[in-house]
Design a protein around this ligand. Structure first.
Ligand SMILES: Cc1ncc(COP(=O)(O)O)c(C=O)c1O
Length: 433
């Protein structure tokens, strides 16, 4: 993986949406953890598909259907390469991270969990990696146990891990990068510890897949999930990766067309993975747009993207930390000392991985509701997010209702961070701080 000089200004110009004014001010889009913007290459791929190749997949024997099928399956192969899966058969297309986790909970979970078993999660999980397990626990009698978070600094308290990894734990599901705190969890290490005890692992890669190099084999997890819309692809498409042997042993998630070998009135024989898990007409343009997004990101290089986002986040963190009456969440910036940011296994190198912050900053101004911060920032053209970020239990754990969050991507600039910090200062002044 070579580090090359990237023309970030040119990359920014690939995103037509960024060139606009909001409330009379130039748009500063800092809501990338919620969804990313789409480059021209992805928009063009979608338009090309609908103008030239649109047809249903797998069923037709005509030219358009063959083309649509080829595009759809090529996206599967591309997705396998994107996360270094062993084969395209291990890639299941879903609507996104949420559906991927629900699929595993429903299919793997109902087959493998029983009363008394434990599902281990962390206190910083997104509702997508919490509610499906609660639902599963309710109908199997399994219990949920959480790895604690240390506090505002947002690290996992790993001193508790050995005592939490009991014989009853059947699944350990963890977020790779927290969308509320920006914490990067040492997932390879956590999965290795779980694996030694025969515990199945799932990594929620919603915030990592488009921001850093990801190698599921090096992470050593059993399932990995992410969403297309957060990595420059379209909404409505995501990827669930699972180890072949696990997928082959899992029952279908939904029944219908496309997932069968043969159907009789009383019984059905199902296809193997991945098609067993893709009932009905799938999102076809989604994978085609996702393919273009993956090509686009990897042409820049995800290590370069990581470096860029991290620089912005560290810069923003330090500037905000210099203000009075502000509370910052997530790990303090620690710049990797190593000459390479990622080691040969694509895990963060140089320093404790858990101390590495990803490209977002969560904060609260004293006595100002996060929604007020976001509303006033919007008036200044700055798109932030305020709320519980779908991590309500974490917010309660930290003793807050919500935070304001600025999340960065490679098309954002230092000048935008400067302007954002000015806007935060103006908001403080508005509230007499
Ligand atoms: C860490 C994390 N997990 C899961 C999700 C859910 O993703 P989606 O809504 O695309 O399914 C998100 C979305 O914000 C997220 O940040």
């Amino acid at each position: 993986m070579e580090t090359k000089i990237i023309d970030w200004t040119a990359r920014r110009k690939d995103f037509p949406i960024l060139d606009q004014q909001v409330h009379g001010r130039p748009l500063i889009y800092f809501d990338n953890a919620a969804t990313s913007q789409k480059p021209r290459a992805v928009i063009d791929a979608l338009v090309h598909y609908y103008e030239h190749d649109n047809a249903n997949v797998h069923r037709g024997i005509h030219e358009l259907s063959n083309r649509a099928t080829a595009g759809f399956e090529a996206a599967r192969t591309r997705s396998a390469k994107f996360i270094n899966a062993r084969s395209a058969e291990e890639i299941i297309f879903t609507r996104g991270t949420t559906e991927g986790i629900n699929l595993v909970a429903s299919s793997w979970g109902s087959k493998n969990l029983k009363a008394g078993d434990v599902i281990l999660l962390t206190e910083m999980e997104h509702h997508s990696n919490l509610v499906p397990w609660q639902m599963l626990a309710q109908h199997t009698g399994a219990r949920l146990v959480y790895v604690p978070v240390t506090g505002d600094e947002g690290l996992l308290d790993l001193s508790k891990l050995d005592s939490l990894l009991t014989k009853q734990v059947k699944l350990f599901a963890m977020v790779h990068i927290s969308n509320s705190l920006g914490t990067v969890n040492p997932v390879a290490d956590l999965c290795a510890r779980a694996r030694k005890l025969g515990i199945t692992t799932l990594v929620d890669g919603a915030q990592s897949a488009g921001h850093m190099p990801v190698d599921v084999q090096a992470i050593g997890c059993d399932f990995f999930v992410f969403s297309g819309h957060k990595i420059c692809g379209p909404t409505g498409i995501g990827v669930l990766w699972g180890r072949q042997e696990l997928l082959d042993a899992m029952p279908p998630y939904q029944g219908g067309g496309e997932m069968i070998l043969s159907v009789e009135y009383q019984k059905t024989e199902f296809k193997k993975a991945p098609h067993r898990f893709e009932a009905g007409t799938p999102d076809i343009s989604g994978p085609i747009g996702l393919h273009a997004a993956m090509d686009y990101l990897d042409a820049i290089g995800r290590e370069n993207i990581w470096k860029h986002d991290l620089e912005l986040a560290n810069y923003a963190y330090e500037k905000l930390a210099g203000l009075k009456n502000i509370r910052l969440f997530g790990p303090k910036p620690v710049v990797a000392q190593a000459s390479r940011l990622f080691d040969s296994n694509l895990q963060l190198a140089g320093g404790t991985p858990a101390l590495q912050r990803a490209g977002l900053v969560s904060f609260l101004l004293n006595d100002v509701h996060a929604h007020d911060v976001v509303t006033l920032a919007d008036q200044a053209g700055v798109a932030l997010r305020g709320g519980h970020h779908c991590t309500q239990p974490l917010m309660h754990r930290l003793g807050v209702e919500s935070t304001a969050r600025a999340s960065f991507y490679f098309y954002n600039t230092k000048a935008e961070v400067d302007r954002f910090v000015e806007v935060v200062k103006e908001i403080q002044k508005f509230f007499g701080q």
